[in-house]
Design a protein around this ligand. Structure first.
Ligand code: HEM
Length: 264
């Protein structure tokens, strides 16, 4: 970088602050709409960062760097804590304040967040319907398509355990990565062995449980926020609202890690 270029390079130009501040475009003059937009944009930025880090965790597992993977997972978990805590901010908006601009949202809904779906895909919960909601040729569609056929975090973890010397059943190692992750008694036996005899990898398992629990925690806080803000009203998206969201609550991403608790 030349001297002139480096003098012109500032905090604002590096972070594109001017552009960033242009991106909040309320559809009403209502005071609370800016908060609503900012919160959602911040979530999308954190989703972006989480995906960046989750891709790194999978890469580190592929390179057999379990300790580094664990370190990166801790970063993801810390972000997740912030995501859960941020719900508090939006909960300062009362139902009546939300109603001042809710009708301007038309059919827009967090349901259409492709990055949230990408996180679900990485955690093994994939669906074609989630992809087909996005038009051909869009960034969202391309990103989801790429993740559809890619191994999930759980797949990366099982392959890693295999290379660590554990007897992971071949059927699990060659499973269809687009299918939901089903509980497996054979994998559970391996995991019990890991917990009893392998402190290093059992810590990695615990971080995966933290991740699974963290996502469930976010879902719980989100549904409670929805219940206190719109009650039983349907969503602006396609669903029945809180009732649909409650149905997503008790689905662990990594069932085997929960199943083994009773046998430890
Ligand atoms: C007043 C605040 C909010 C209300 C009333 C609300 C309402 C809803 C409702 C009713 C749904 C179900 C789909 C639908 O029919 O629209 C939904 C889904 C969703 N919302 Fe929100 N939401 C709020 C804030 C947020 C925030 C801040 C985020 C952060 C990104 C978010 C992300 C999501 C996501 C990712 C889904 C899909 C969940 C799934 O399918 O499992 N929402 N929201």
């Amino acid at each position: 970088m030349s001297e002139r270029e480096s003098a012109a390079f500032t905090y604002g130009s590096y972070l594109k602050v001017d552009e960033l501040l242009q991106l909040q475009q309320p559809r009403s003059d209502e005071h609370d709409e800016i908060l609503f937009i900012v919160i959602h944009q911040v979530y999308e930025l954190w989703f972006r960062e989480m995906l960046h880090e989750l891709d790194r965790v999978m890469e580190l597992l592929r390179q057999d760097m379990g300790d580094r993977a664990q370190h990166t997972l801790k970063r993801v978990l810390t972000i997740l804590k912030v995501l859960v805590a941020q719900v508090d901010i939006l909960e300062t908006m009362t139902p009546l304040e939300f109603l001042t601009f809710r009708n301007r949202l038309a059919a827009a809904s967090g349901f259409q967040s492709d990055q949230f779906r990408q996180i679900e895909f990485v955690l093994g919960s994939k669906s074609r319907a989630s992809i087909e909601r996005f038009g051909e040729g869009t960034r969202a569609r391309a990103a989801l398509d790429a993740r559809w056929g890619a191994p999930t975090l759980w797949d990366a973890f099982l392959h890693y355990l295999r290379r660590e010397g554990y007897d992971i059943p071949p059927a699990q190692l060659s499973r269809d990565v687009t299918a939901p992750i089903e509980a497996s008694l054979e994998v559970q036996e391996v995991l019990i062995d890991v917990y009893r005899n392998d402190p290093r990898n059992s810590e990695l398992c615990e971080r995966l449980v933290d991740l699974d629990e963290g996502i469930q925690e976010w879902r719980y806080r989100h549904v409670k926020m929805v219940e206190r803000t719109i009650g039983r009203k349907p969503g602006t998206g396609v669903s029945a609202g809180a009732e649909y969201l409650r149905s997503t609550l008790a689905r662990p991403a990594f069932p085997d890690l929960w199943e083994i608790r009773a046998s430890l």
